[in-house]
Design a binder for this molecule. Structure first.
Ligand code: PMP
Length: 404
């Protein structure tokens, strides 16, 4: 058997997901990006309804200018890891700003959110320890578990009672356990029952890490995420996040109230053995964090759009899978139906994410929208009109659905 034989299943997946328009929905090329909410896909201008660009900051003037200035001042890349020659003043300044944002002593910047999860899980746990993770956790958390070598126990999605039982069964070993959940789950857009999860981890003496990738800048009075919104900041040991969603850049971080946390820098392989984010990325991320903090109206606008789309879809008979959140996922009857709908939406000028098993929880097929503060009311109504025309949608003229 040759190395490429293992890719036979990938060939089968690719064969099964060619849409009627001849497109493979995974890895679609945005031929030209026009704005946070518009681009050219398959030769036509579409509204981008699946980007994770929650605050719409990718084209923000200040973020772009800060990036350009850093590029000119500090060059194209750091050409080294945080541990060697890749820690510049900007990386440290961003760490200080993130720590101040959370009111905790220290933050660590990683090269991506994926690597932040790998880096933290791999540094904190190893053989003999236990990782107790929500079954719907992101692939980066699962991959971090593999890197760690600790025992992995999955608890039922968003079920704090199941977590409590599993921690109880560990007895004394719970003191060596790290519980991992997400603020907003990326597939369905549902939120963790964090107060109950914090109560369970405290009861058994475990530690808790919350991945706020989809909730940073989205939830909480100051945009810190679900930990803030649920009022449990003091019960959380580590917050992991990414720059690639509400901050419109690329990179990741972890922040913690524990004084020992900084030692992770000396043991975390994904911190030590990969190049650090470029100066331009760091500079625009610092600017974006500043906007996240000083412009709460961005968050308000995001939630206005979320409500408009959630209400509109519900009125169309296409209710999203969870309560209002910037991730709105609409379940379809089958993979084939979802694929056909995805192409129909594209033909109507709307790009959303197609999600099919095994990437989805419970084997469902989903049309996943992620909404931005940068969407206009007219764009939300255009998205609704495109959904209205799908099988099962109650056809409505643009504008009517959202107001229903
Ligand atoms: N955690 C979660 C929950 C995510 O959804 C993602 C990205 N989809 C990541 C981590 C990884 O973030 P990044 O894109 O910065 O690698």
């Amino acid at each position: 058997m040759g190395l490429f034989d293992k890719l036979a299943s990938a060939a089968a997946v690719r064969r099964d997901v060619v849409s009627a328009g001849g497109l493979v929905p995974f890895g679609v090329t945005v031929e030209r990006i026009l704005s946070p909410t518009e681009g050219i896909v398959a030769g036509r201008q579409v509204i981008l309804g699946g980007t994770n660009n929650y605050l719409g900051l990718t084209f923000d003037h200040d973020c772009i200018e800060a990036g350009i200035a850093a590029l000119r001042r500090e060059g194209t890349g750091t050409t080294g890891s945080r541990m060697a020659n890749g820690s510049y003043a900007g990386h440290l300044a961003l760490e200080r700003e993130l720590a101040a944002f959370y009111g905790w002593p220290e933050a660590i910047v990683f090269s991506t959110g994926y690597l932040a999860n790998l880096g933290m899980i791999g540094a904190l746990t190893g053989p003999g320890d236990v990782l107790v993770i929500d079954s719907d956790c992101h692939a980066s958390i699962y991959d971090g578990c593999k890197l760690s070598g600790a025992e992995v126990i999955r608890f039922r999605h968003n079920n704090a009672a199941d977590l409590d039982r599993r921690l109880a069964r560990l007895g004394e070993r719970a003191h060596n356990a790290l519980v991992i959940v997400e603020g907003i789950y990326s597939m369905l857009g549902d939120q963790a029952p964090l107060a109950d999860i914090v109560a369970a981890k405290k009861r058994h003496g475990a530690m808790l890490m919350v991945d706020e990738a989809h909730s940073l800048g989205v939830l909480g009075e100051h945009g810190r995420g679900l930990c803030e919104a649920a009022g449990v900041m003091d019960g959380v040991d580590f917050v992991v996040g990414t720059f690639s969603k509400s901050l419109g850049g690329v990179g990741g971080f972890c922040v913690s109230p524990h004084p020992e946390f900084g030692l992770v820098r000396y043991t975390s392989r994904p911190y030590i053995f990969t190049a650090s984010p470029s100066p331009a990325t760091i500079a625009s991320t610092r600017q974006a964090l500043g906007h996240l903090r000083s412009r709460p109206q961005l968050r308000e606008r995001l939630w206005h759009n979320v409500s408009r789309l959630h209400q509109g879809l519900t009125a169309l008979g296409l209710p999203p899978a969870a309560a209002p959140s910037p991730v709105l996922a609409i379940a379809r009857d089958s993979r084939e139906q979802a694929l056909a709908d995805w192409q129909q939406l594209l033909d109507a000028g709307v790009y959303v994410n197609l999600m099919v098993p095994p990437a989805t929880p419970g084997g469902i097929s989903l049309l996943r929208c992620s909404i931005s503060a940068a969407h206009s009311d007219a764009q939300i109504d255009h998205i609704l009109a495109a959904f209205a025309a799908l099988p099962g949608g109650r056809s409505a003229a643009p504008g009517q659905a959202a107001l229903a």
